[in-house]
Design a binder for this molecule. Structure first.
Ligand SMILES: NC(=O)c1ccc[n+]([C@@H]2O[C@H](COP(=O)([O-])OP(=O)(O)OC[C@H]3O[C@@H](n4cnc5c(N)ncnc54)[C@H](OP(=O)(O)O)[C@@H]3O)[C@@H](O)[C@H]2O)c1
Length: 303
């Protein structure tokens, strides 16, 4: 198979590219970086693009590909959310997606699948409500962004099968949210964030890669699919499991007001809100997860 990955240089796209290449598939990574800025990988080519909503010479790489996977966008947690940074988070995702959908429209042979990023932020802050792919969206900034991102990708649903990956908290030692959570625990001051009752829809990185790889050929995988493990836990349960995995206490609660003081709106959106999201679509279609127990997942990730 020939798989095109926009954002294939990132934490999730990189892991997906390495796995698919190791399985013998041909990978093209769409990147804004200079050629030579990333180490060469077997069966992987870097294709320079400008994700500004338009197409360019790069667009020919999409023609006849098996699937295009869209993970490009400014990192959500990299900087405090000023109005300018929020615009960047939004525009980077929408413009990259528009560039890809334009390439689909130009292609003589449009790829059979467009697997486009989204996030559990789609649901907003939902307490202990059980959320499936048919649950209505939330109302905050991330919920609005996820809705626009999904709607932009879905514009090519008449040309190809569009699957929208509502990714949860991907657990890995070297990337994503987990490395940022470790230092307080390692310094014996770890514990729940705010009330600790907010749900964390975690997924082991290996399962995320397996799930998205499966979507490439799973004909039934269309529309939104929660890329979250089958057993979300509360933040208090997660903190307890993380403390146990690290053999450290998890007693010191970080007060919500302190998190808001340090991070502003990001504290509520990323740390204090939660989604008890379940992967109903993927499970109904026959996908099975390797990791459904948080203790086993953390032991594997931190081994
Ligand atoms: N990691 C998670 O736990 C998680 C959870 C939920 C949702 N997601 C979503 O899944 C997607 C991939 O996540 P990730 O953790 O792999 O992200 P990442 O490591 O930040 O990678 C994203 C990639 O997007 C490209 N990019 C960065 N800024 C950009 C900009 N301003 N305009 C266009 N492209 C830009 C970069 O590629 P180049 O520099 O090569 O162009 C980068 O490698 C993101 O949209 C993220 O919001 C991730």
């Amino acid at each position: 198979m020939h798989i095109v990955i926009a954002g294939g240089s990132g934490f999730l796209g990189g892991a997906l590219a390495r796995t698919l290449a190791a399985e013998g598939h041909q990978i093209s990574i769409l990147t804004r970086q200079r050629p030579g800025s990333m180490p060469a990988q077997p069966r992987t080519s870097l294709v320079a693009w400008t994700p500004d909503g338009s197409t360019g010479p790069w667009a020919s790489v999409v023609d006849g590909a098996t699937a295009v996977i869209n993970l490009a966008g400014e990192s959500i947690a990299a900087k405090r959310w000023s109005p300018a940074q929020k615009n960047k988070l939004r525009d980077s995702r929408l413009q990259a997606t528009r560039s890809l959908t334009s390439a689909f429209r130009q292609a003589a042979r449009p790829p059979a699948a467009f697997i486009s990023g989204s996030a559990v932020g789609y649901y907003g802050n939902r307490g202990d409500e059980t959320l499936t792919e048919v649950s209505p969206p939330g109302k905050d900034f991330l919920a609005g962004l996820a809705q626009e991102w999904e709607a932009t990708a879905a514009e090519v649903a008449t040309l190809t099968r569009v699957a929208l990956v509502r990714t949860g908290i991907v657990l890995d030692r070297r990337g994503g949210a987990l490395p940022k959570m470790l230092p307080p625990f390692q310094m014996f001051v770890g514990g729940p964030l705010g009330p600790g009752t907010q749900y964390m829809p975690w997924i082991h990185k290996e399962d995320w890669v397996r799930l998205v790889s499966w979507m490439i050929t799973a004909e039934g995988a269309r529309g939104p699919l929660n890329a979250t493990g089958p057993s979300p836990v509360t933040n208090a349960e997660f903190s307890k499991a993380l403390g146990a995995a690290l053999k450290r206490p998890s007693l010191l609660r970080a007060p919500a007001f302190a998190l808001r003081l340090a991070l502003g709106e990001m504290a509520d959106a990323l740390l204090l809100s939660g989604q008890r999201a379940l992967p109903v679509r993927a499970t109904d279609l026959g996908f099975s997860f390797r990791y459904s127990n948080i203790d086993e997942a953390l032991a594997s990730v931190l081994a």
